[in-house]
Design a protein around this ligand. Structure first.
Ligand code: F6R
Length: 614
């Protein structure tokens, strides 16, 4: 949550920071601000409630000449979204300005101590406590800003990525991280700073990713210095990030979400490239093959994830149990971490995360590692905290996902899970090799299959206009498509704010069917698979109670065409890959209903893309 950008060099800092903040707005968008060291050495601070556009208006006509600055876009944790709580925050004397992403858990204790030393506060944030703590330490210890930051952070419990500038110093930014991402971009005589390297890719492709407990001294004209909280130097490891700027633009679509839905044929090409051999139909996942013994002797696989990634993991459970015959558990990372879970050394824990920064998933990984389990990551963001914290893993390679509602990451995650299950199944000898090659072939055809599924967009748009004003929806599915129902419901609620519930189709008669009347549309994923007839019976039960059925059906299914009120056709593929196809019309349905309702689909209320707080 929250986005951080910083710059120090020879160029004007403001436009670089504003552009970066726009790119980071997916991380939070309730207020924004920037602090610059002005010509006279003073810190000029501008911040306001609202989006980065509002900040830009606020800055119009102001003299912001400066070659050093820090900027922030906020997703409120402590204190409501207003001007005072927006970042940056001044220290009491105005000598320091700080931006912060994360949560200082012991801020109350620190705040009380500072109040007893005569400090007062302008905001209700934990971040203002931190900047005052740094100032207090610097004053009492008569030390440098860097030392004060290190000493202050030794007293802090919680998560943070921070950047601090000082009055009178137009050359240096101090940055630090603990459980919240921070990348430093290296330019020619200049440095960039961001909570997501992609936001500053226009300026450099060379990045240093701070590790937990590291403090960076970023000074114009000097080599980058990184130390731990006790002042010991750490290695400066520069990594290259290959990414094109067009991946960060809307490319003619009205919203990132729609662009990302339509990108899926291409993102799946990128996801399987170099992994599924088109000639031999052999699958290579180096992360698995390099750790063969772990997967060969795995007694159990435990997925840990949140939200959409958790839904993808439920599909992973089916895939691995079916094809590898290994018992699988799927855990909400937030529950797992606080439940004293039983983890054995022969367990393989698979952490699934688009952003690679989700706090609960990271914490679950730490627990699994402490218990001696082998931890495998399925991430999208290269170099993210989860990618680095895991023992090995597979990137989904679907490119930056900017719309807050996850779409192409879901299909990428399921695609990787299918490849994973095939590779492990082959290693363990639990998969029939004809079936292996058949599914590998279906994976190769998947981009084309998704392209065909996307042809339903005009029909979905029409359907959406019929149901825009429904107040509730039920989504049903079975087997591989039960998680698809959960995911379809999540898409609808998060961007349209319509209540929607996903259920296994057969569970209806155990209670939820009482909700059915003419006002309650039910979306059923009823493609031709081994539970098809059962799903048809479930549809009949709903129809008999006056419910309206929107069915996602296989191409050419005449039976359901006659029975359902509305049908959306999708092309067929291997049953175990079907969620990757059947989710497409559900993503589109949520999108069109939400846009009909005038919702901001890329930045839905109360949400942020990357949940780096508990
Ligand atoms: C839903 C959505 C969230 C995320 C969840 C986990 O559209 O985006 O539910 O899936 O916050 O995020 P990652 O995958 O980044 O760990």
């Amino acid at each position: 949550m929250c986005g951080i950008v910083g710059y120090v060099g020879e160029r004007q800092a403001r436009p670089i920071i504003i552009k970066g903040l726009h790119r980071l707005e997916y991380r939070g968008y309730d207020s924004a601000g920037v602090a610059l060291v002005g010509k006279g050495g003073q810190i000029d601070l501008y911040k306001c409630k609202g989006k980065v556009d509002d900040l830009e208006h606020f800055l119009e006509g102001k003299d912001t000449t400066s070659t050093i600055g820090i900027g922030h876009t906020r997703w409120a944790t402590h204190g409501e979204p207003n001007d005072a709580n927006a970042h940056p925050h001044f220290s009491q004397s105005g000598r320091l300005a700080l931006i912060h992403n994360g949560i200082i858990e012991n801020f109350r204790v620190l705040k009380d101590a500072l109040i007893s030393h005569g400090f007062s506060f302008r905001s209700s944030t934990d971040s203002e406590v931190l900047v005052n703590l740094i100032e207090y330490i610097q004053d009492t210890n008569e030390c440098t800003l860097e030392e004060a930051v290190r000493i202050a952070l030794q007293q802090v419990v919680g998560a943070y990525a921070i950047a601090v500038i000082e009055r009178g110093n137009a050359r240096r930014i101090i940055a630090a991280r603990q459980s919240s991402p921070m990348a430093i971009g290296i330019g020619e005589g200049e440095y960039f700073l961001s909570s997501d390297a992609a936001s500053i890719i226009d300026y450099t492709q060379e990045f240093v990713y701070l590790n937990d407990g590291e403090v960076a001294v970023i000074e114009k004209g000097k080599p980058l210095q990184i130390k731990n909280l006790f002042g010991e130097a750490s290695k400066v490891d520069i990594q290259k990030l290959e990414m094109s700027i067009s991946q960060l633009e809307k490319g003619g679509y009205p919203h990132f979400m729609l662009k990302e839905i339509h990108e899926q044929p291409d993102t799946i090409v990128d996801c399987i490239r170099g992994r599924v051999n088109p000639e031999t139909r052999e699958i290579i996942l180096s992360g698995v093959l390099d750790n063969k013994d772990k997967f060969l002797k795995a007694g159990r696989i435990i997925f840990v994830a949140c939200g959409t990634s958790w839904h993808a993991s439920l599909i992973g459970e089916h895939l691995i149990e079916n094809l590898c015959r290994i018992p699988v558990e799927v855990e909400y990372a937030s529950e797992f971490r606080y439940r004293n879970p039983i983890i054995r050394p022969d367990d393989v824990v698979i952490a699934v995360s688009q952003s690679g920064e989700t706090a609960d998933t990271l914490a679950a990984i730490e627990i699994a590692k402490r218990c001696g389990a082998f931890v495998y990551g399925i991430c999208n963001v290269i170099g993210s905290s989860i990618a680095r914290a895991t023992d090995s893993g597979t990137y989904i390679h679907v490119g930056p996902e900017i719309g807050v509602a996850s779409t192409k990451a879901f299909t990428g995650q399921v695609t990787v899970m299918a490849m994973l299950a095939l590779v492990i199944g082959k290693l363990r000898g639990t998969i029939d090799m004809d079936y292996y090659h058949q599914v590998a072939g279906a994976l190769l055809e998947l981009p084309e299959t998704i392209r065909k599924a996307l042809e339903s967009a005009p029909a979905v748009e029409k359907l959406a206009s019929i149901f825009t004003y429904a107040h509730n929806f039920i989504y049903l599915g079975r087997g591989y498509n039960y998680p698809t129902a959960l995911e379809g419901a999540l898409k609808l609620k998060e961007i349209s704010y319509i209540h929607a519930e996903g259920l296994p189709a057969a569970e209806m008669k155990h209670g939820p069917i009482a909700l059915i009347d003419a006002e309650m549309p039910t979306v059923v994923i009823a493609t031709l698979d081994h539970t098809y007839e059962k799903t048809v019976s479930n549809i009949e039960e709903i129809k008999a109670r006056g419910g309206k059925i929107i069915a996602v059906i296989s191409e050419g299914d005449t039976q359901l065409r006659k029975r359902a009120d509305f049908c959306l056709e999708v092309p067929s593929t291997a049953e175990c890959l079907m969620p990757i196809v059947s989710i497409i019309p559900l993503q589109l349905l949520a999108y069109y209903i939400a846009t009909n309702k005038g919702r901001n689909v890329d930045q839905p209320r109360n949400l942020a893309k990357s949940v780096t707080v508990e």
